[in-house]
Design a protein around this ligand. Structure first.
Ligand code: IPT
Length: 958
């Protein structure tokens, strides 16, 4: 038998963007033309290869009654058919472009629908069938007619179908292949999730309606005027009632307007009326330009306080509903975020409507990433291969044409991590030509040959500072351009650390126009046994574990401590002062808004209790302005103690994105210092038959181990230097810098031995000498516990002296002990949330309460979490504990070792004790899961240290 080449359906492996679809155009919904959503339950059949089934299912008479069902929009792998796959940059199939594996999960979808009774007849124009997003390749039939096929998963595709429609019994058949040539262009770091995951809509196109139009609405900040021109392929009229504008398409009107900005998103309702339909428009007047080496909007340089947003829902994947999109926008606005990079593809179009409305600067990024080619030195990269250029240009055009009328979109991005090549240059040229009104971004263009902004990812603070100072050299063109970090502060697990240090640089150097935290949300998939699943949990042969959970919000959108920190770091008002002169310095850090939308309050707190509070009159400072505002006299008769002022800026009235009184910014100003607890060593150790008592403390006389305080049995405090390594401690495998997590483990810091060297009970103290060290190493920590008491209170002083050559910092330094029970926790110190040395901007000094369970931060992969900083005292489990100096507090129902061993939250089960860590210090957090480690000033060096805790029985605090 002659050799017969096996070939799958040709279009799947064709590098062209597809056949049959209409040219791209602006996205809009007309107010009077009919439309029909085809979302809903469709019939579904999954096969293992692209050609397992013929196309008979597209025929009207085909009986799909025995098929399964899927929800559209949706991904079939999240609906019980097959499984998701997570890889960061590795292609989960052999790299041989444009070929794809024979095993190519293929989903046949089928929907039978009727037209609404009032659907216009064929003489009233045509109709188009629109797909807003299908991953990764689709072939479409309507009523048995082959309409064509397309690739470009997160981009719209439309087909003309007017002639094919019937009043009833229309059969729409869509064959979707998981893998196609297009997959090579869609190697973003996320789950591979095939399916019709965005809306499918049938749109009536009345005769005489526009195919496409381009709204040009600029703002002249010198004159305070806006200029409007709407270009359309069909003549029509444009009216803006609030501005008295009534012009023809192609004509220009210039009138005084209020400009649009992310801070004050002024939109004007307008109508484009053509012979065929009326199209409602929301027009924002704004001009983006590069001038003085800066990105300016309406004449002012902007500072991006941004996030990278992937579309994510823990049950529905990238099939987002309108409420989820709105929730993202509201959460961002409420956390002072002002910019979004739509990493790494154009979002669902409704998201951009929300950004227009609520005000967010958007970098709209094209659906393009070929990162996996880095494994072969970028050989064969499609973006440097002319055969692929039409597909790249098609993607660029589909993004720009769809989104060009959004004022929120201020920058176009060519894509992400696609190396370099002629295809990218072609895209940039096309975009520059089609829309000269917006700069073009692409991080991979290090010389900025094709782009208008110098962009990097994960650069460390020192390098960012050099760039800010203009000392980074580089090609002449790049030196003239503004700088952004399109990704920084990798928010994986506990962290990111160092945000405040970046922000200080951004604010100091004009050239640094801010950055976009990587990333907005953890892409954990809700899982019945694991809580949230990540890479590997579906048995993938290649995967990148929990690298897909690196967001500022958890999969359920609860803010992580990282987001709370970011909110504080990027707050638009600075509150500063030293308390000494009775004034507070207020600075407006907005780029456009004055402070008139905010109301200020003061409160005077002593030992964390508010003594008095009131309103603080602050002038409506213009952007960039500061004022010294007089604080009231400290309330007469206030109790003695540690006093401070807290100044808050809240919304003075309801805003569209948050209610009145929503906290926007705050600061605390110290008035008097804390007095540390003093315990006179007046009680004597008393020994009685193996038991030693000292004040309220009971000890094992032989070992000197504390066994009880008052009535509370405890397991003795011991030195603890270990923390369940965070994703940032562990660091990314490719990091060339020192990664302390693995080093700590190699040294054995997770299995320290405690050798007892001596117990001495003398006149006024019980002293226990130990040496704490790991097996197989010569280094160790000479540790002395000294107990004293005044009869009622028990003071523990811990002295630590490193022995040997400690070249690494310690994870933590403190003591850990066990309590039989504890539930409620009350403390005076930093709160309410988690904080570490380089993630502590949002910790406010005050009195806080929590339960033990609520002190845990639910990182998808369990790791060190939940510390509270600057704790002066805590009450829990029948004890009060004061620190000298302040300490970090961690309380959990499992040990650090148990936490360290867990892979998912469901691995953590409460034990029979509550474990309390009282830390003198912790090592910083940093961002080394993808970026730099903690800055040197946040390292916890192994050096001699001494710290004390005072324990007092406090019945009734369990
Ligand atoms: C960078 C990617 O652009 C982003 O998609 C994501 O993978 C991030 O890293 C890490 O979570 S790529 C950079 C690390 C080389």
């Amino acid at each position: 038998m002659p050799f017969r080449p096996y070939s799958v359906t040709d279009y799947v492996e064709d590098v062209s963007p597809g056949h049959g679809a209409l040219p791209p155009r602006a996205r809009y919904s007309s107010s009077d033309a009919a439309s029909l959503s085809l979302n809903g339950t469709w019939r579904f059949r999954l096969s293992g290869t692209a050609d397992a089934e013929d196309d008979s299912f597209a025929a009207a008479e085909y009986d799909a009654g025995g098929w399964a069902e899927v929800r559209v929009p949706g991904h079939w792998v999240l609906q019980g058919h097959g499984s998701p796959i997570y890889t960061n940059h590795l292609y989960p199939f052999p790299v041989d472009p444009p070929r794809v594996p024979t095993e190519n999960p293929t989903g046949d979808h089928r929907l039978v629908f009727d037209l609404p009774r009032d659907w216009p007849g064929p003489s009233d124009g045509g109709a188009v069938l629109r797909f807003d997003g299908v991953e990764s390749c689709a072939r479409v039939w309507l009523n048995g007619t082959d309409l064509g096929e397309f690739k470009g998963s997160r981009l719209p595709h439309e087909f003309a179908v007017g002639d094919l429609l019937r009043a009833t019994g229309n059969v729409l058949a869509v064959r979707v292949h998981q893998w196609s040539a297009g997959s090579y262009l869609e190697d973003q770091d996320q789950w591979w999730l095939p399916g019709i995951f965005r809306d499918v809509t049938l749109l009536h196109r009345p005769a005489g309606s526009a195919l496409d139009f381009f709204v040009h609405a600029s703002y002249d900040h010198r004159r305070g005027t806006g200029t409007l021109r709407v270009d359309s392929d069909v003549d029509g009229r444009v009216t803006v009632p609030d501005l008295g504008i009534d012009i023809g398409t192609g004509d220009e009107a210039t009138v005084p307007v209020e400009p649009w900005s992310a801070e004050i998103p002024r939109l004007y309702d307008a109508v484009l009326a053509t012979e065929g339909e009326r199209v409602p428009l929301r027009i924002g007047f704004r001009t983006v330009e590069l001038s003085d080496g800066l990105i300016k909007v309406n004449g002012r340089a902007v500072l991006f306080k941004g996030v990278n947003r992937h579309e994510w829902h823990p049950e529905r994947g990238r099939a987002l509903d309108p409420q989820t999109m709105r929730e993202d926008v509201l959460l961002m606005k409420r956390h002072n975020v002002n910019a979004v990079r739509t990493s790494h593809y154009p979002p669902h179009p409704a998201f951009l409507d929300l950004c227009d409305e609520y005000g967010l600067w958007v970098i709209d990024e094209c659906d393009l990433e070929t990162h996996g080619f880095t494994e072969q030195g970028w050989r064969g990269n499609p973006v440097d291969d002319d055969r692929w250029t039409p597909a790249l240009l098609d993607r660029a055009a589909r993004m720009v044409e769809r989104d060009k009328n959004h004022p929120c979109v201020v920058v176009w991005s060519l894509g992400n991590e696609a190396g370099t090549g002629r295809g990218l240059t072609a895209m940039a040229d096309w975009i520059h030509h089609r829309d000269p009104s917006r700069p073009v971004h692409y991080e991979g263009d290090v010389d900025c040959r094709d782009t208008d902004v110098y962009s990097r990812m994960y650069a460390g603070h020192a390098e960012v500072e050099r760039i800010g100072r203009g000392l980074d050299g580089g090609p002449a063109r790049r030196r003239e351009l503004p700088f952004i970090l399109c990704e920084y502060a990798h928010a994986m697990g506990n962290g990111p650390g160092g945000l405040a240090d970046y922000q200080r640089l951004f604010e100091r150097h004009d050239r640094l126009q801010g950055g976009f935290v990587w990333e907005w949300i953890d892409h954990g998939i809700a899982h019945p046994e694991l809580g949230y699943a990540y890479g590997g949990d579906f048995g993938e042969e290649l995967h990148d574990g929990n690298f897909v959970c690196d967001g500022l919000v958890f999969p359920d959108r609860r803010p992580s401590p990282g987001l709370v920190e970011y909110k504080k770091v990027i707050e638009p008002v600075a509150v500063a002062g030293d308390g000494a002169d009775g004034t507070v310095r207020i600075t407006n850090k907005y780029d456009f808004a004055d402070l008139s939308a905010l109301a200020f309050t003061w409160s005077y707190q002593v030992d964390g209790e508010t003594v008095e509070s009131g309103g603080l009159p602050v002038p409506a400072l213009a952007p960039g302005e500061s004022a010294d505002v007089k604080l009231p006299q400290p309330p007469p008769g206030a109790p003695a103690g540690e006093a401070l002022w807290t100044v808050r800026a809240v919304l003075a009235a309801d805003a569209p994105w948050a209610p009145r009184d929503h906290l926007v910014a705050w600061g605390q100003i110290r008035v008097t210092e804390r007095r540390v607890p003093y315990v006179a060593a007046t009680a004597r150790p008393v020994r009685d038959d193996g038991v030693l008592t000292l004040g309220p403390g009971t000890f094992d006389a032989r070992t000197g181990a504390l066994t009880a305080i008052g009535g509370v049995a405890v397991s003795a405090p011991r030195l603890d230097v270990w923390r369940a390594t965070t994703d940032n401690d562990d660091g990314a495998a490719w990091q060339s810098d020192v990664r302390y997590g693995p080093l700590w483990r190699k040294l054995g810091l997770h299995r320290m031995r405690h050798r007892l060297d001596g117990v001495l009970a003398d006149e006024d103290a019980l002293t226990v000498r130990t040496r704490v060290a790991p097996a197989a190493r010569e280094l160790g920590l000479a540790t002395v516990y000294r107990w004293t008491s005044d009869g009622g209170r028990l003071r523990l002083t811990v002295s630590v002296g490193p022995e040997g050559d400690w070249q690494v910092p310690l994870p933590r330094l403190g003591v850990r002990f066990g309590l039989p029970a504890a539930d409620r926790v009350r403390w005076f110190g930093g709160g309410p949330g988690e904080a570490y040395p380089d993630t502590r901007s949002a910790a406010a000094i005050g009195r806080w309460r929590s339960t033990v369970d609520d002190l845990q931060t639910p990182y998808v992969r369990p790791q060190e979490n939940g510390a509270r900083v600057d704790v002066r005292w805590v009450e829990l489990g029948g004890l009060r504990i004061e620190g000298d100096p302040e300490f970090l507090l961690t309380v959990r129902r499992w040990t650090g070792e148990h936490l360290d061993a867990a892979a998912h939250r469901t691995d953590l089960t409460p034990g029979d004790q509550v474990w309390v860590n009282l830390d003198h210090a912790q090592h910083g957090i940093g961002s080394q899961s993808c970026g730099p480690g903690p800055l040197p000033q946040y390292h916890l060096h192994a050096e001699p240290a001494e710290f004390s805790f005072v324990f007092t029985p406090a019945p009734g605090t369990v």
